[in-house]
Design a protein around this ligand. Sequence first.
Ligand code: XUL
Length: 539
Amino acid sequence: MPDLFLGLDCSTQSLTGIVVDYEKAETILKSTVIYDEDISHFGTKNGVLYFNDPKVIHAPPLMWIEALEKLFGIIKSEITLKEIICISGSGQQHGTVYLNEKFSNTLSNLDSKRSLSSQLDKCFSRTTAPIWMDSSTFEECCEIREKLGGAERTIELTGSNTFERFSGPQIRKFFKTKPVQYQKTSIIHLVSSFLASVLIGKNAPIDHADGAGMNLMNIKTFKWDDKALKSTAPNLRKKLPTLVKSNTILGKISPFFVERFKFHKDTLINTWSGDNPNSLIGVGLIKSGKACISLGTSDTYFSFMKNLYLDYKGEGHVFGSPTGEYMSLICFKNGAITREMVKNRYQLSWEKFTDILKRTPAGNHGKIMLPYYLPEIVPLVLEPKIHKFGFEEDTMSSNIRGVIEAQILSMRLHSSWIKENPTEIYVTGGGSQNRAILQTIADVFQTPVRQSKSSDSAALGAAIRAIKSYYNYFGLDVTWEKIIQKFLIDDETIVLVPDPAKKEMYEELLRLYLKFEKHVLHKSKSPEEERIRFVKRYF
Ligand code: XUL
């Protein structure tokens, strides 16, 4: 029998499963359930629910459960589920699921003749879960930060400043606005630990990597921090799962799945983790010097960190890495949506957009754009606006290069606190198919860029974690390097080399861009004269 491993990824818009054969080093199956299309009765748009207040964004946790059942049904029709020996998973980070006293008992007594969702629907003390896109907790962020002794102290303690989308502020808002429901909540899970709980039939712990996205865990000891818990909501320790290392094997799959989907009764479940820590593994970032840019709905810049470096400017985050070390992460909200806004303004195809980007000179004739089409997380921008400098001739090509260069310059500027400089950058996500964008990243960072092979890095990362945890659990010395070499062979990927001739110009442009950012956001003196000198010098 082959050794098959399943990696699941419950992301914002879909649930994906990847089955890999370890010996053959092959992905043998990939299936996805798209919430809006395949289980549309939940009424989500791009996987989320909107409310009157645009800052409030939730998702129905029962939808993830139904997606899980649907996905298992699909996979079962294609392979023998008995051959899967270990499962791990990935969940969108930060989202919180609120469960009542019935949850634990219902999980341990599931009837395999009935669907999961019909049995779990009475187990929620809050029917919807605030997710990472929710930005309605500004007040709670301020309150928690103040109780913790200010931003610096908060960062030092939890690895991040308080952020609107983080779990702690979400929990505090629930406690403040719905105190009775909060009191009736027996346990609060992350998306990752919630789904792991369903798979093992009892409350699962949260791993150190995902736990770091809550403003509740001490980033140095990897334990819940008393002061952070008390600053967030009363009796919170009792309502949270325990914290464990990401490689913990939680136990065997619940009998429900054995009877209903014919999994093997000895199938092991590995702790789930957040999507970013899983992606870190899924693109093979297990050493210092490797960073990844994910160009998706939002853009993220993340890298492996051997040592703990904190961003005292409060823009970046430190999470645990599934390897036991750390990872950095910076999240930029103005990602694909903002690129698309420019593309759509000129009714272009992506091919045409790329073509124009390629033909417009690096440095954009000194035209500088700060494209905050949406409120931005990094740098913090609450009132969205697109700022342009030197755009007297507002041409299509200058807008295209303007938006792309701005996004990349901003990534380089706001990732400079990470002291372990990248010697190689992997690029994933939808935007990674665009070579002209990849070349601009290589030139701005003056670092070789690799187009990542896998578009499902979180699900693949989960499968790789399942492999590692499983063999190590049985005492076999299977290393990260060994597994990653099998599944992520670099030789075939495309590498874009930086153009050294652009180094000096981009260094200069970075300094200028930072000054414009300060000018726009902090009302500092306009650097317009410097910009004119820059134009004269380089164009
Ligand atoms: C990271 C973040 C998002 C979510 C959803 O901090 O908010 O990347 O994890 O993907």
